[in-house]
Write a new protein. Structure first.
Length: 344
């Protein structure tokens, strides 16, 4: 069965085709809205929704062309049902259900975070169940125990800003470009580690929760009243990145010790950060656990993770039939996984 995956939760339009029988990704493409939102310093929801409308059909045609498939070959249409921006989600849901209705095939709503959570299993070096997952992105920072598809236990999460959100806010304080995370990480490469010392919030809290808003405030205190320079900016960026990485690595190591598991999976946009990957790999070697990542192109939002999550849910028997299920869920807990909408 051929599965079409659609991702439109925020500022990236992602389309993918996945072959369920061969368990193989045939083709995928992503259009990023970064250039459009750059002038505003952040995502403008209405502009994001309109751009999804413009991009989704041409991008789908491109992916079908790359895969050498026809739309009539589809057996399932999967889409991001939530969480995300309501208007953006509606674009993907509308397209998915219209196409599924026309072809008389099922439509399946997928949780955005489940897509990220399972995306490392799509890589050339997939992890096996069970594992601990670090979901680290602009909107989420969570540690989860994953025993199987659909079996997730929350171990800890951020109490305020997500790590990616803290990266973006700190980049803005330093006068860097948008999106802030990649810009800050690039500048940090030129910084000297240890020149400035920033706090490591909740690193020794005794639990697996996170907090990053205080770290951002510490940067604000440090830069306030200072004459900016390239050297100063680079050193502060390095200090900030070092602090975030130290906290994430420490919490991951604590989670591995608490669960007794030997595999750590890292997913989400911040998971592409080179400093984080190097530090986690080093800690894993020292503490005896393996670390798995999706390919960099699968760290950000994409349709491949949605199509793949749909394939795994179908194989696991977790796509229970639901009728009249044309819904989006801007706020949606991961434990509430949606089922499948049968064609009329």
């Amino acid at each position: 069965m051929l599965i079409l995956g659609l991702e439109s939760s925020c500022d990236e339009t992602g389309i993918a085709l996945y072959d369920l029988g061969a368990m193989r990704l045939l083709a995928h493409a992503v259009h990023s809205q970064v250039a459009m939102h750059e002038a505003y310093g952040g995502v403008v929801p209405e502009l994001a929704s309109r751009d999804h409308i413009r991009r989704i059909i041409p991008l789908a045609r491109e992916v079908f062309g790359r895969a050498g498939c026809d739309v009539s070959d589809l057996g399932l249409v999967a889409y991001t049902e939530g969480p995300g921006l309501a208007g953006a989600l509606l674009v993907g849901a509308s397209f998915a259900h219209a196409l599924a209705l026309a072809l008389r095939v099922p439509a399946l709503g997928i949780h955005h975070l489940e897509g990220h959570l399972l995306s490392p299993l799509l890589s050339a070096r997939p992890a096996g169940f069970p594992f601990v997952a670090l979901l680290v992105s602009g909107g989420h920072t969570q540690l989860m125990r994953v025993d199987a598809v659909g079996r997730y236990l929350l171990l800890g999460e951020t109490q305020d800003d997500a790590a990616g959100e803290a990266f973006d806010k700190t980049a803005k304080l330093l006068g860097l470009g948008y999106p802030g995370g990649p810009a800050l990480s690039q500048v940090a490469l030129r910084g000297v580690s240890g020149r400035y010392r920033l706090p490591r919030p909740m690193m020794d809290s005794g639990d697996l929760d996170f907090s990053f808003s205080g770290l951002k405030t510490a940067v604000l205190t440090l830069v306030r009243g200072r004459e900016p320079s390239e050297e100063f900016t680079a050193d502060v960026a390095r200090a900030f990145e070092d602090a975030v990485v130290d906290v994430l690595v420490a919490k991951c190591a604590q989670a591995m010790d608490a669960t007794g598991l030997a595999r750590l999976v890292v997913a989400g946009g911040v998971g592409a950060n080179r400093s984080l990957r190097a530090a986690l790999d080093a800690r894993g070697k020292r503490c005896g656990f393996e670390v798995f990542y999706p390919e960099p192109e699968l760290c950000t939002d994409n349709g491949a993770m949605i199509a793949f999550a749909a394939a795994l849910r179908v194989n696991a028997g977790l796509a229970a039939p639901r009728r009249n299920a044309f819904t989006v869920r801007p706020r949606w807990e991961l434990g509430e996984a949606s089922g499948i909408a049968e064609p009329p």
